[in-house]
Design a binder for this molecule. Structure first.
Ligand SMILES: CC(=O)SCCNC(=O)CCNC(=O)[C@H](O)C(C)(C)COP(=O)(O)OP(=O)(O)OC[C@H]1O[C@@H](n2cnc3c(N)ncnc32)[C@H](O)[C@@H]1OP(=O)(O)O
Length: 415
């Protein structure tokens, strides 16, 4: 191993990951999150590190920072869009707060995302909400963390559970069926990402030392009245001093009946007294199904953040609830080449967005556009907060209406 240059005397060099350097890179990633690298813990997740899209700074051949992107497709309101799913962002403690993250973000957005020309936006989960706004990321989805006592979760009278049933199945049975089931309703989930076999396998990877005292990951399928599987759930159980707890990782179904029946199955498990689901959409139907509205404890959290890098293509990749014709003056302090005035002509069929010299109806930042992109944040909220300028009365209301969507955006995917 080469000699160690003191951080204050070092000149970090930018490098792309190679097959040879990948394990050291993953060790740096694990350390960055105060963890210890263990190939068994990463499992198929190692393959998600696409060598050519992962890079970082090195000093004396050692990684002192890391970041990368996964090539994914995200559902938008009425469509879908290729996204760079940004991940494994770390800077070694000895090198923090000297601008390495800033340089990596600029390199990633310009030399990877924009240079590729296929992805008009980048997406990420932020470890801390203060980090990414300065790079133009806006909170595009929020999530609810819900919990409660299972025995207080009586449904409203008359809830339709359909004529099907739920059964616990093996992991292999679930993985054989769930991808197809999910595919059938993915188009109806703005904010959700496509999953290849690798993503399903990575999701299902369940090393014992990561379970924190809980059971292995268990699986349910919902079978419709004709016996066809059309819903699935994944969960764990855990014993606590107050009795058993069920922790739900994922639950979705093609029909309201399947959805309600999967929930009922989990809430009716014998010996279980509590439930917890750390990531449900803000319009989670369970909150409508229960008779006692106060039985569910709910916490709101920020979830994925979006950073538009090609405004015309990003905005053309979704549909709009109403006709719209506005000029947006978009500020972009981090990537100034993207700043300027854009005319957005949009409607139920999509959008055409062009650069223009016309006077602006609204001034906002690229971060604000990321926030409203999936319909999760109404522009009126940003306007009421004093964050944007309305130059033509009524234009904020018009954008809010056009960008709204019947389903709240949600990202059930880890990356
Ligand atoms: C998508 C993901 O992977 S999310 C995971 C992010 N990674 C982590 O949380 C792991 C632990 N943290 C780290 O590795 C590092 O602290 C990082 C990556 C968050 C920041 O790296 P740094 O190289 O220190 O950031 P950099 O020096 O470029 O900071 C740029 C600016 O952001 C600010 N900043 C950086 N990190 C944070 C933070 N965690 N909270 C608040 N502000 C921050 C800096 O103060 C600086 O502000 P300034 O421009 O006003 O001076």
């Amino acid at each position: 191993m080469s000699a160690r240059t003191a951080p204050h005397r070092a000149t970090p060099e930018l490098r792309t990951v190679t097959e040879e350097t990948r394990e050291d890179y993953l060790k740096a990633v694990s350390r960055g999150f105060h963890d210890t690298f263990n190939a068994e813990d990463w499992g198929p997740g190692v393959e998600q590190i696409e060598s050519e899209r992962n890079f970082g700074f090195t000093v004396d051949g050692r990684w002192v920072s890391t970041t990368g992107a996964c090539t994914r497709v995200m559902t938008t309101p009425g469509g879908s869009v290729p996204v760079a799913a940004v991940t494994v962002v770390t800077v070694a403690p000895g090198y923090r707060r000297r601008g390495l993250l800033t340089q990596m973000m600029r390199h990633q957005l310009t030399q990877d995302v924009i240079a590729r020309g296929t992805e008009p936006l980048a997406l990420l989960w932020a470890s801390e909400s203060l980090i990414y706004g300065r790079f133009g990321y806006g909170r595009s989805t929020s999530l609810l963390s819900i919990s409660g006592a299972t025995r207080e979760m009586t449904f409203l009278p008359g809830v339709d559970l359909g004529g099907g049933s739920v059964d616990e199945v093996t992991k292999d049975e679930a993985l054989a069926v769930a991808p197809g089931v999910r595919e059938s309703f993915l188009a109806d989930r703005p904010g959700a990402l496509n999953r290849t076999k690798l993503e399903w396998d990575s999701n299902a990877h369940d090393p014992e030392n990561r379970r924190r005292g809980a059971s292995e990951r268990r699986y349910l399928l919902h079978f419709a009245a004709d016996g066809t599987p059309d819903g699935f759930a994944a969960f764990r159980t855990k014993w606590t001093d107050d009795g058993g707890e069920v922790m739900i990782n994922e639950l979705d179904a093609a029909t309201p009946q399947g959805y309600a029946r999967l929930w009922r199955f989990l809430l009716d498990l014998d010996l279980i007294r509590k439930f917890r689901f750390r990531s449900v959409p803000t319009d989670e139907p369970l909150r409508q199904l229960v008779a006692d509205q106060r039985a569910i404890k709910t916490e709101l959290h920020d979830a994925t953040y979006a950073r538009l890098t090609d405004l015309p293509r990003a905005l053309a990749a979704r549909k709009y609830t109403a006709e719209l014709d506005v000029v947006l003056d978009v500020a972009d302090a981090f990537l100034p080449d993207l700043a300027g005035r854009y005319r957005v002509q949009a409607g139920p069929e999509g959008a055409e967005v062009t650069r223009t010299d016309a006077s602006a109806d609204i001034s906002l930042t690229v971060r604000d556009l990321g926030a409203i992109y999936l319909g999760g944040t109404p522009l009126t909220a940003l306007h009421r907060a004093g964050l944007i300028g309305e130059h033509t009365p009524g234009s904020v209301q018009a954008v809010t209406t056009a960008f709204s969507w019947p389903r709240a955006p949600h990202c059930p995917d880890d990356f």
